[in-house]
Design a protein around this ligand. Sequence first.
Ligand SMILES: [Zn+2]
Length: 236
Amino acid sequence: MNDGLDFLCVGAHADDVELGMGGTVAKLSRLGRRGAILDVSDASMGTRGTPAERLSEAREAARILGVERHNLGFRDGFLDSRDTGLRDRFAEFMREHRPRVVFTHPGHDRHPDHEQVCQLVRSAGFLAGLAKYPLEGRPFRPSRIFHWMGARDADPDFCVDVSQDWEVRRKAIEAYVSQFGQEGPATPISGASFRELLESRGRFLGSRIRVRHAEGFVCDELPEVADPCALASAEF
Ligand SMILES: [Zn+2]
């Protein structure tokens, strides 16, 4: 019997998960999956908002999405997947929470912290499964690691239909008032054009699978298809 989480989403900064796969998180919650979000950094380097504000916004977003939320509190802007303190802390978290599926940043992305977190998930996620790695807890390794799509567009390996969950995703993103509200200096993500970009991206990915809104993912290993006929949900 699985005694851990069904899924864990690991992001560098509060709001990364919502922007990358908020609709999928909302959908999995709606389907009764037990999930959590883990933010690795303390979000101290953002142009807007204090770490305390961003922590409380992140809690509200998680409530909207229906998942637990944790924060490792490492220094924003300086995440390093080779830092043994960070690696051990993350590996212990994996042993404690035992998520069957892990979602995280893609391997190539604009913010260096994003790439470091991707590397952390791959390396510390592997180490957590080694019996001789001297950490608290029983050895554990997730079955799958999936990456949401980042700033450097890639072709997705699969798309999730989130049409029904797009509104919840939008509300979770809007919970980050300090980032996406109208107060404070303009940033690349604070204006209407960024919201339009999110909408058109969701619609474009939706068009790839003939639904209204979708989120795309890339995989380290190809996902197996148990029943190809079960994929035939729409007509040509
Ligand atoms: Zn980020």
